[in-house]
Design a protein around this ligand. Structure first.
Ligand code: NAP
Length: 265
């Protein structure tokens, strides 16, 4: 049986990659797209997208009402993505969300809606399997080397900082690391922001440059030693295995799962 899928953000860098992935997967069917432009057109009218008769909708409610879908993939921006995801849950279409920048309150609200409606939802700040392993290794290391700084580097079109993956890494590290303030107790920034953002004493530094895709290093320091755990996504193909796996897994869920690591076996 094939899985019917709606994708939001099909003209975007992630969305267009997801369109290709879904189109190439035998057991997936792309049944519609949500796009804030191009209402009423079909995919083959749009430049750079496959030659498909897939309808494009601007209005999410109309899309979810008219299209018979199992899974909704959102790859847009936080504000729109949150509204799309909430609505998809209400229409019993299982969301797989890559869009970053949701607040914890928003994620909790979506988790409640998923439970109430008895439906699956997966939100992952990073769909690259290697990045998830990097976070898991960082969590293990933090138990023994609690002095840690995170450097995340992304392309200069990214809107949110720090990245969802960096925040998620800090959350995981906090599970094993004893809470502590790092650096010299009297350290002073002579240039504001020089020491990066701070969460529970952990420093997060965000680099934005053209040419980058998505990269993160987690640096640990202890007496006489450092350890670096590093992951690089060189192109957006790196995220597609995680999205594909999530589409399959979300069909069996009856609640919201946050983070790809929670569905990897
Ligand atoms: P992008 O190339 O800028 O694409 C964003 C898409 O969203 C575009 O099609 C854009 O349409 C659309 N959009 C923007 N504002 C919108 C709105 N208000 N309502 C509806 N659609 C809107 O960005 P991207 O690199 O593909 O990334 C998309 C999302 O995925 C971002 O949130 C990014 O942080 C996230 N991301 C997640 C992962 C992961 O593994 N979870 C990895 C990479 C990126 P217009 O062209 O009309 O603006």
């Amino acid at each position: 049986m094939s899985i019917n899928i709606i994708i939001a953000g099909p003209r975007g860098k992630m969305g267009s990659e997801a369109v290709q992935m879904v189109n190439n997967e035998q057991s997936f069917d792309l049944v519609a797209c949500l796009d804030r432009k191009n209402n009423g057109k079909i995919m083959k009218d749009l430049d750079g997208l496959p030659d498909l008769d897939v309808p494009i909708y601007e209005d999410p409610e109309q899309c979810f009402q008219e299209v018979d879908a199992d899974v909704f993939i959102d790859l847009t921006v936080a504000e729109a993505g949150f509204e799309h995801t909430k609505l998809a849950l209400l229409y019993n279409i299982r969301p797989v969300v890559g869009t970053s920048g949701f607040t914890s309150d928003q994620i909790n609200a979506l988790a409640d809606t998923a439970i109430t409606n008895n439906i699956g939802c997966i939100i992952a700040p990073n769909f690259a399997v290697g990045a998830v392993l990097m976070m898991q290794f960082a969590k293990t290391a933090a138990k023994y080397l609690p002095d840690v700084e995170i450097i995340e580097k992304h392309h200069d079109q990214k809107l949110d900082a720090p990245s969802g993956s960096a925040v998620k890494t800090a959350d995981l590290i906090r599970e094993t690391r004893e809470s502590k303030r790092q650096g010299h107790p009297d350290e002073k920034e002579t240039l504001k922001g020089a020491r990066g953002a701070e969460t529970d004493g952990i420093r997060i530094h965000s680099v934005r440059l053209p040419g980058l895709v998505a990269h993160q290093e987690v640096l640990f320091g202890g007496p006489g030693q450092t350890l670096t755990v590093k992951h690089d996504s060189y192109n957006r193909g790196s995220f597609m295995d995680g999205i594909k796996l999530s589409v399959i897994k979300v069909m069996q869920l009856k609640r919201l799962v946050y983070g790809l690591e929670n569905i990897l076996e």
